[in-house]
Structure formats: structure tokens, C-alpha cells
Design a protein around this ligand. Structure first.
Ligand code: MG
Length: 167
């Protein structure tokens, strides 16, 4: 009898908010560029949501973490498109024989409101992960003005990924 190996991985990431607009940092979440006077700071495009999803997939497959695969000391990843990094990681996970069955994520950000962008973020993440959009969920919430995220100083994202493989 074939036994299905089911694994779950957790991802968490945070990035600081800094001035955006022309000459400033962009606000990119789940591969979607969102109009905002603030952007996320980081070595890559600082897509906090995609980074959490990458770590969830790497965690599920026991393949380490995003910092091992794309060190922020490496100039190759300066300004990197995080969706391309997710495509690369999804390829590694699939190459090890895993099928991704679900990705669920939450972005915590005070503003702007992300509701109008959630469906597009899920679609971009699903395409990059190589799975049906019905297997990806993106949730958005605020920190209710509590803590640093609540003061509008940054954004946090959490993700869970489930992968399966016949063993
Ligand atoms: Mg990050």
C-alpha cells in the first residue's frame, strides 16, 4: 500500500516601512505592486508575503530557509524579484518529488488596505508556486495599532504550506 507523506511548513517574515513613491521603496506584496506613500525596505524587493511563502515551502520540504538559498550579502539578490525566487524554490520542492497542496498566508499591515489586492496576490503566488489558485489563500489584517506594525513601522507576513509525496 502506498503511504502518502504529508508535511507542513511555517514561514514568517517582517520588513520595515520606509518612504515610498518616486525615488523611494516600492510596496510589493505577493508580487503585486501597490500604490502607497510607504514602501518596504530590504535587500531584495522586500516582498514580505512572498518571503513567508518561500520559507513555508522550504520548511515543509526540510530544505532550510530563504537566507541560506538567497543570502542578503550576495549582490545577485539585490533588488531581486521575490516571485522569481518563489518560482525557483517551487522548482526545488517539485524536483524532490513533492506536490504542494495548499498555501495559506496572512499579511499584517496598518495601511493601505489590502482587500482590493488579495485575489491578485493569491493568483500571482499560485502561478509562481505552480499550483491552482484555489489552493492558495491570502488574508490581510492590521495589528489594531498595537506594537511596531500597529504603529505603521513595518509589515509582517505568516504562511503555512502543505506538501505531499508518495513514499
Ligand atoms: Mg524578507
Amino acid at each position: 500500500m502506498a503511504i502518502t507523506d504529508v508535511r507542513t511548513g511555517l514561514g514568517w517574515d517582517s520588513h520595515r516601512l520606509v518612504p515610498g513613491g518616486e525615488g523611494g521603496r516600492p510596496l510589493i506584496l505577493g508580487g503585486v505592486r501597490i500604490e502607497s506613500e510607504l514602501g518596504l525596505d530590504g535587500h531584495s524587493d522586500a516582498d514580505v508575503l512572498t518571503h513567508a511563502v518561500i520559507d513555508a515551502l522550504l520548511g515543509a520540504a526540510a530544505m532550510g530557509d530563504i537566507g541560506e538559498h538567497f543570502p542578503d550579502t550576495d549582490e545577485r539578490w539585490r533588488g531581486a524579484d521575490s516571485i522569481a525566487l518563489l518560482e525557483h524554490v517551487a522548482g526545488l520542492v517539485a524536483g524532490a518529488g513533492w506536490t504542494t497542496t495548499s498555501i495559506d498566508a496572512t499579511v499584517i499591515l496598518e495601511r493601505p488596505k489590502l482587500k482590493p489586492h488579495k485575489a491578485e496576490m493569491a493568483a500571482r503566488l499560485a502561478a509562481a508556486a505552480g499550483i491552482d489558485v484555489g489552493r492558495v489563500n491570502v488574508k490581510a489584517t492590521t495589528a489594531e495599532r498595537l506594537d511596531a506594525v500597529g504603529r505603521g513601522e513595518g509589515a509582517v507576513a505568516q504562511a503555512v504550506a502543505t506538501i505531499v509525496r508518495a513514499s
